[in-house]
Design a protein around this ligand. Structure first.
Ligand code: SAM
Length: 218
């Protein structure tokens, strides 16, 4: 189920304006191909967060076809984006889309597992990131967080997408066919974990499929 009233969601979606015509076309193409890209209200909030926070370095786990990373690179010209995609075919499509948008010099796409690539970046002495967006396999969020936190600093914002999982995180009664038990348990544990950490402040908000916005205060 939607986590907000459908009429409210529809009203908010009607207010949505794509950042550029090309991004509007990329969104349409991704949606037609059922690629799970960020929802419109999630995009709108994330882009305003970027306008306010002006992150020089953005890390994304879960590139898909490069839609959100392209939005991040365009909305703030000063941002360098690093994004990680596990699926090889999707990774190749992202590289192509990013090149078509003329963003190859602003976005680095890595092929591999989010946690493993972040550990490698850390071991190679990567600079920390100012904004981290976790948007990949839901059952691995804690692992992604534990790696990504090594590349965070005071005031880094970590946004985790889909934390309410169509309300299933709130109650398993919304898992009508009982197919998501493991994902539900792991997401509940993840939300509790980040909520109880003493080095960050987290807000869980019913935007899109549920966002956790965490501000690091080490
Ligand atoms: N952020 C993208 C956007 O809004 O345009 C959407 C990302 S999509 C929800 C999640 C992506 O994460 C999928 O393309 C999937 O292949 C990828 N993924 C799944 N497991 C992963 C992992 N362990 N490491 C990196 N990427 C992974």
């Amino acid at each position: 189920m939607n986590i907000t009233n459908e009429k409210v969601t529809q009203y908010i979606d009607e207010l949505y304006k794509p950042l550029t015509q090309e991004l509007g076309q990329l969104r349409m193409k991704a949606e037609e191909a059922n690629v799970p890209i960020i929802l419109k209200d999630t995009e709108s909030l994330l882009l305003n967060l970027i306008r306010i926070h002006r992150p020089k370095r953005i890390l994304e786990i879960g590139t898909a076809v490069g839609y959100s990373s392209s939005c991040f690179a365009i909305v703030y010209d000063g941002a360098e984006v690093v994004t990680i995609e596990y699926n090889e075919e999707t990774y190749e499509t992202a590289l192509q889309n990013i090149e078509n948008l003329g963003l190859s010099d602003k976005i680095t796409v890595y092929h591999g597992d989010g946690g493993e690539v972040i550990e490698k970046l850390y071991n190679e002495g990567s600079e920390p990131f100012d904004l981290i967006f976790i948007d990949a396999a839901k059952s691995h969020y804690k692992r992604f967080w534990d790696s990504a936190i090594k590349l965070a600093h005071q005031d880094t914002i970590i946004v985790s997408d889909n934390v309410l999982m169509k309300a299933m995180t709130v109650s398993s009664e919304y898992d009508i066919h009982g197919k998501h038990k493991t994902n539900i348990r792991k997401m509940q544990e993840y939300v509790q974990y980040i909520n109880e950490l003493d080095y960050c402040h987290t807000s869980v908000i019913p935007v899109g499929d549920g966002l956790a916005i965490s501000v690091i205060d080490k």
